[in-house]
Design a protein around this ligand. Sequence first.
Ligand code: AKG
Ligand code: FE2
Length: 227
Amino acid sequence: MLVRIPQVLTPEEVAYCRHVLEQAAWVDGRITAGEQSGKAKHNLQVPEDSAQARELGDIILRALGRNPLFTTAALPLRVFPPLFNRYDVGMTFHAHVDNAIRFLPGAMQRIRTDVSSTLFLTPPEEYDGGELVIEDTYGVQSVKLPAGDMVLYPATSLHRVEPVTRGSRWSSFFWTQSMVKDDGQRRLLYEMDLAIMRTRADLPDDHPGVLGMTAAYHNLLRQWVEM
Ligand SMILES: O=C(O)CCC(=O)C(=O)O
Ligand SMILES: [Fe+2]
């Protein structure tokens, strides 16, 4: 399931992130890549333990915490501290699948990557190319979003970033370990939760239909979550 989440960051937060990133020490993106993806990866990244990455990562984690769409789509158990990348002219990331396991150095903990996310920090008018192309079960999807918007997709998907041919594409990317690891189950819960929200907009909360659907949602969640 591929979900676009608009305005995860406010325009002020995007501007602040860009201001901080302008002063960051960008390094070769292969520092966090696996063996296959390392050969596919041609971009720049802010070192994950740098003060800038941690400060901006916390802004993004707070923004995710207040975003109901992220919560219901990803059902997050743990979110990997957000990283920051950049593709200047000629840079690209060929087809790859993200590593299944990532080590959280600070917490001495491993996370399973169930959901991959890209949060766009540069508006589409500022660059050509740079589309994130994701091969989902429903076919190939090409994604390029306004600054502040985010896309999340199953980490099992093959994906790539098309070469940038003008300007520069900046983004934050990160992984989430979900309480529901199966993408099909997550999708069902997500669609059911959206249907409940739409129904609640028109019916009182104590309407038997709302009550029944909400109970079924939580009981299904209880069956499927792993913590
Ligand atoms: O830049 C992007 O949108 C995706 C980056 C990516 O696929 C990765 O770092 O594994
Ligand atoms: Fe990736």
